[in-house]
Design a protein around this ligand. Structure first.
Ligand code: NAD
Ligand code: DAU
Length: 350
């Protein structure tokens, strides 16, 4: 029996990771620790909440006393650490929240694991989930490898880079059994509609403008979220201690091309005249410090651990659009309250 602590399990990627582990590893106990910020939602986990190998714990990864107590009480074997402030635009509006959660929160978890695993690290594992954004911005060619020098350029990526450095420092200094991964842009069901794909799906459905930053020329490498969850499973079980693995979809899209593709899919699904939704495209002021291009070289995880993607982009987008259209109540719930305020600040004053 293993007890695995997953942090941020009520968020977008975390909820897919929790579901994957609860359903696949019925012999494990999966503890989902989440503060339930605006981005965390227990509705994301309704289908697993009554499973005997699952428990939810509400708490803050920055609360050292609480985290220490949790490690002491629960005999935790492994940590999969996803909890974070994750949205670049919010980090531009309020960098300090990102420093607190992403840096202090990570070191708080590392300290508790180190203190409570003092009888030996055998069978233990601390897995830190990070992002390709720590590598900075690519020009028109080239890829991020595990050896690319860190060059974070937003408060979000700087805070994630800092947390990555701390995790590696605990490996070198204290021999903590850590493993890390840096992944490209995820998409799929349960993503909060502040991120590009769900925001556009929601705005197309409600015939609102589709805000494209700058000229829409920025490029992202998109991966279906369930493929990220399977990569996390692979790395958690088979990744080498102290190593980092890049995860990506080999699937680069300029923002404007991606949004046009979404418009076509949505017009078809909503039985609207072809071309209706592209009329909603609106170019707005660029994101400050907007990274031009991200692209991951995922040959290490593929070659060494045998991981590969299983969902094509066409299939993943169809599934994602269908999910949002079928889950309008979820969307209404998460876009009520604070979301309206955020939307006004972010877009209506742009
Ligand atoms: P998300 O914003 O959807 O979810 C974050 C979760 O963390 C939420 O449930 C939130 O309530 C929780 N949380 C925030 N602060 C907390 C705290 N102090 N204590 C406990 N819980 C807290 O994020 P996501 O998009 O699912 O990303 C998850 C992780 O994956 C992050 O570490 C992010 O940096 C990384 N990542 C994301 C992407 C992506 O495309 N979304 C890509 C690569 C890496
Ligand atoms: O690369 C991995 C990262 O991907 C993760 O670490 C982050 O947590 C995640 O939020 C995501 O960051 P991005 O900034 O790339 O994602 P976002 O969906 O915010 O934006 C994708 C692209 O679309 C980016 O170039 C900015 C642009 N964009 C975004 C929004 C929200 C727009 O043009 N208009 C918008 O309204």
């Amino acid at each position: 029996m293993k007890t695995i602590l997953i942090t941020g399990g009520a968020g977008f990627i975390g909820s897919h990771v929790v579901r994957h582990f609860v359903n696949k590893y019925t012999g494990y106990t999966i503890l989902n620790l989440d503060k339930l910020t605006y981005a965390g939602n227990l509705e994301n986990l309704r289908d697993v909440e009554n499973k005997p190998n699952y428990a939810f714990i509400k708490g803050d990864i920055c609360d050292a006393g609480f985290i220490h107590h949790l490690f002491k009480e629960r005999n935790i074997d492994g940590v999969i650490h996803l909890a974070a402030e994750s949205h670049v635009d919010r980090s531009i509006a309020n960098p300090t929240d990102f420093v607190i959660t992403n840096i202090i929160g990570t070191v708080t978890l590392l300290n508790a694991a180190r203190a409570l695993w003092k009888n030996g690290f055998k069978g233990k594992r601390f897995y830190h989930i990070s992002t390709d954004e720590v590598y900075g911005s690519l020009g028109e060619s080239g890829y991020f490898t595990e050896h690319t020098a860190y060059d974070p350029r937003s408060p979000y990526s700087a805070s994630k880079a800092s947390s990555d450095h701390l995790v590696r420092a605990y490996f070198h200094t204290f021999k903590m059994p850590v493993v890390l991964s840096n992944c490209s842009n995820n998409y799929g069901p349960f993503q909060f509609p502040e991120k590009l794909i769900p925001l556009c799906i929601h705005n197309i459905k409600t015939s609102k403008p589709l805000p494209i930053y700058g000229k829409g020329e920025n490029v992202r490498d998109w991966l279906y979220v369930e493929d990220h969850a399977s990569a996390i499973d692979t790395i958690f079980h088979h990744g080498k201690i102290g190593e980092t693995y890049n995860i990506g979809g080999d699937n680069e899209w300029q923002n404007i091309r991606l949004v046009r593709k979404l418009c076509e899919i949505m017009d078809r699904k909503l039985r609207r005249e072809p071309g209706t939704s592209t009329k909603l495209i609106t170019f707005v002021k660029d994101r400050a410090g907007h990274d031009l291009r991200y692209a991951i070289d995922a040959s290490k995880i593929k070659g060494e651990l045998g991981w590969k993607t299983s969902v094509s982009f066409d299939e993943g987008l169809e599934r994602t659009v269908d999910w949002y259209l079928e889950n309008q109540q979820w969307l209404r719930n998460v876009t009520s309250g604070d979301y309206q305020h955020y939307y006004e600040e972010q877009y209506l004053r742009r």
